[in-house]
Design a protein around this ligand. Structure first.
Ligand code: FAD
Ligand code: NAI
Length: 464
């Protein structure tokens, strides 16, 4: 196979498989090496897709239990069939991963099964056997869960996100360590299915990087749903025993320890770049102090012909960020001008209500010393949200005080993840708040709350 390919991609996740497809579209001969039995990486196999399948199913269960009655729909005998829910999730995953196989066949991408390792610059081995060479090699090996000292994951009672996606029974008490994306999404799933859920967060707030007011609103709504929070608290140790785990909790700033018993513990304290066994040192590829592969604006590492994208490099660990980088890099390799606008990458937490944001938070604008104006509009004043019976949350638009250019949008509310796309588009086109406010939005839609929040920046909202 030596010299047969223009590009070899290592890793078939949303970064790698998208880079492979785009490179093939642009006429390159492409191979993708993946060590998992199925394509799609963390996202499709053990991340975005299975978690969203369970979020959807558990939300239906919660609605059947708590929301239908208010609509005049009487149900009785609502019961959880967890094996069916899990089987559906597995089916959704399989449909998505085999979809990537189809796309590879369609684009004549050579799929190579096995673990890739650099043997020299420009050369890899697969499973220490076959040697492959290409003009360009793309590292898209993703990330893995971070471990918490003293709380070793066994995927039975002490779980990573992967274990939490496949529990065979609803735990009576689930303790989630880490109040970030995974903790809140998976905590919501198991809480809706009947578990008592306690989230232990080291810092004094959940989702620390989120706009503060929006994060506080999410905390309040999740607490109302029954999730319990222990903020400014650390887990010092975990002792698995018969039928559960005993955790030792301490104040983050130090002090007396307290015991907390759990049937299961989910450790979700962040992810780190994954380069195990890749032989980066053999190729001479440099990493930063967090283990991320160092790249320039064109995704080039320090070694000519070796590039990196996705979770394994700096930036938010999000599937769509990885994919955008994959497209941009393939275009660069084809001599085009691929690029990613890191100022307009949306982020969504798929709780109920969802939280979605793009651009900067109020805290970031303050820290940067930028003068800004705020426009806010609550869903309680939106006709469609009222008709739907989902009035929790708001849209907040942050705009430059002088130029009115939109600098950030933060939404907590029904379908926020879909609604944010309008705001991303607006920011990509350099829109002002007034621009969004003057766009005609269909009535009655949830998106009218975006328009009204934009109008509110200039004090001109109509419905509040
Ligand atoms: P990955 O998807 O991790 O893919 C890397 C691939 O490389 C893996 O398949 C791995 O097996 C393979 N690989 C590694 N080393 C080698 C080697 N040496 N040889 C061959 N193959 C190798 N992001 C979102 O945007 N939205 C979400 O809703 C979302 N939900 C998530 C839920 C969970 C529970 C988790 C854990 C993550 C979630 N993410 C979500 C994050 C998202 O999964 C990642 O940002 C995304 O998968 C990164 O893509 P990637 O291509 O860089 O890496
Ligand atoms: P995270 O970074 O989102 O959250 C980790 C949380 O754990 C933070 O609040 C942090 O302060 C806290 N923490 C750190 N150390 C701790 C300790 N010792 N004790 C208690 N709390 C501690 O990481 P998470 O939730 O593991 O997710 C990893 C990444 O995966 C996310 O950052 C995101 O990039 C991606 N992801 C994206 C999703 C989405 O887009 N909807 C869903 C799930 C994951």
């Amino acid at each position: 196979m030596a010299g047969d390919f223009d590009v070899i991609v290592i890793g078939g996740g949303p970064g790698g498989y998208v880079a492979a497809i785009r490179a093939a579209q642009l006429g390159m001969r492409v191979a993708c090496v993946e060590k998992r039995p199925t394509l799609g990486g963390t996202c499709l196999n053990i991340g975005c897709i299975p978690s969203k399948a369970l979020l959807q199913s558990s939300e239906k269960f919660a609605e059947a239990n708590h929301a239908f009655a208010a609509h005049g729909v009487k149900l009785s005998g609502v019961a959880l069939d967890l094996p069916t829910m899990m089987a559906r999730k597995d089916k959704v995953v399989a449909a998505n991963t085999s979809g990537v196989d189809y796309l590879f066949r369609k684009h004549k991408i050579e799929r190579v099964s096995g673990a890739a390792a650099f043997t020299a610059p420009g050369e890899i081995s697969v499973d220490r056997k076959t040697t492959m060479k290409a003009k360009s090699l793309i590292i898209a090996t993703g990330s893995e869960s971070m471990e918490l000292p003293g709380v070793p994951v066994d995927e039975k009672t002490i779980l990573s996100s992967t274990g939490a996606l496949s529990l065979g029974a609803v735990p009576k008490h689930l303790v989630v360590v880490g109040g970030g994306y995974i903790g809140l999404e998976m905590g919501s799933v198991w809480s809706r299915l009947g578990a008592e859920v306690t989230v232990v967060e080291f810092l004094d707030r959940i989702v620390p990087n989120m706009d503060g007011e929006t994060g506080a609103a999410l905390h309040k709504v999740l607490a109302k749903q029954g999730l319990q929070f222990r903020l400014s608290t650390k887990v010092a140790a975990a002792k698995p025993g018969k039928g559960g785990v005993t955790l030792s909790l301490e104040p983050a700033s130090g002090g007396a320890a307290q015991e907390l018993k759990a049937d299961a513990v989910l450790v979700a304290i962040g992810r780190r770049p994954y380069t195990d066994g890749l032989g980066l040192e053999k190729a001479g590829v440099v990493r930063d102090n967090k283990g991320r592969v160092t790249v320039d604006k064109r995704f080039a590492t320090n070694v000519p012909g070796i590039y990196a994208i996705g979770d394994v490099i700096a930036g938010p660990m999000l599937a769509h960020k990885a994919s955008e980088e994959g497209v941009a890099l393939a275009e660069i390799l084809a001599g085009q001008h691929g690029q990613v606008n890191y100022d307009a990458i949306p982020a969504v937490i798929y709780t109920a209500p969802e939280v979605a944001s793009v651009g900067r938070s109020e805290e970031e604008l303050k820290a940067a010393g930028l003068a800004y104006k705020t426009g806010k509009f609550p869903f309680s004043a939106n006709a469609r949200a009222r008709a739907n019976g989902e009035t929790e949350g708001f849209v907040k638009v942050l705009a430059d005080a002088a130029a009115d250019r939109v600098l950030g949008v933060h939404i907590i509310g029904p379908d926020a993840g879909t609604m944010i796309a309008e705001c991303v588009t607006a920011m990509e086109f350099g829109a002002s708040a007034e621009d969004i406010g003057r766009i005609c939005h269909a009535h009655p839609t949830l998106n009218e709350a975006v328009k009204e929040a934009a109008l509110a920046v200039g004090g001109e909202a109509i419905h509040i």
